[in-house]
Write a protein that binds this ligand. Sequence first.
Ligand SMILES: NC(=O)c1ccc[n+]([C@@H]2O[C@H](COP(=O)([O-])OP(=O)(O)OC[C@H]3O[C@@H](n4cnc5c(N)ncnc54)[C@H](OP(=O)(O)O)[C@@H]3O)[C@@H](O)[C@H]2O)c1
Length: 260
Amino acid sequence: MAGRQFAIITGASTGIGLELAKCCARENFNLLIAADEPEINAAAVELRALGAEVDAVEADLATVEGVDKLYAALKGRPVDALLANAGRGLGHAFLDQDFARVRHVIDTNITGTLYLIHKVGNDMRRRDAGRILITGSIAGFIPGSFQAVYNASKAFLDSFSFALREELRDSKVTVTCLMPGATESKFFERADLMDTAIGVAKKDDTGEVAKAGFDAMLRGDGDIVTGLKNKIATSAATVTPSGMLARQHRKQAEPGSANR
Ligand SMILES: NC(=O)c1ccc[n+]([C@@H]2O[C@H](COP(=O)([O-])OP(=O)(O)OC[C@H]3O[C@@H](n4cnc5c(N)ncnc54)[C@H](OP(=O)(O)O)[C@@H]3O)[C@@H](O)[C@H]2O)c1
């Protein structure tokens, strides 16, 4: 359809990414969506019902090949918005984790995300137009005992997002970091966190979190911490010693903490 913009959304099969994709579809974007599993095709059907043209790519975005496959599916189309959202967590003590899974978290959340932003970001800079939304997390403010690698990966993304934004200050490319708190999705189950206090706690609504992030991206804001409770938590974290934050995180994420 003429006049529609074009967005890439990663991790759009479910959770926050699917809701971000719905925001884009409702706001006149056509979509290229990606995730690792075949469920991405069901998401495409749902999103087409909102009036968008949707291409779906099944690719492991932890790999260079997976990101190349997604980029090739662009077929040279200019990207108005890149919503780099795909990510995964991993509970339990670091030394007890399977290192292949540790690496997959880092390769998905950091390496794959940055590789895609590098490719699409260069195209945007050449055109001097575009919006980038990175799904970071308030976890990036807190040393995440019993989810150490995940929180560290989000600290990386939160920091990276502001730095990239500053580097692009004189261009018309904007970079926004969406920093949700605990949000209802498959995230906690997939990260083996269902026997933890955070795993069973009431969480934020996925649609509301995504809408706040999408609106912040359209405004070109630097970041958005969703919800008052999370705004207070991040403000407190900036003046709390890291050791104390790590100890508090244990109460939320230590295996068995769901029953204490
Ligand atoms: N839920 C929260 O409390 C919370 C809070 C702050 C930030 N976040 C961040 O929000 C983002 C979305 O998480 P969510 O809560 O919506 O979790 P989710 O329901 O588990 O969704 C994660 C999405 O990312 C995709 N994905 C994961 N690894 C991938 C890979 N290697 N290659 C391609 N796609 C991959 C998944 O697709 P497949 O199923 O096909 O793998 C899925 O579409 C993540 O970056 C997460 O860190 C979540």
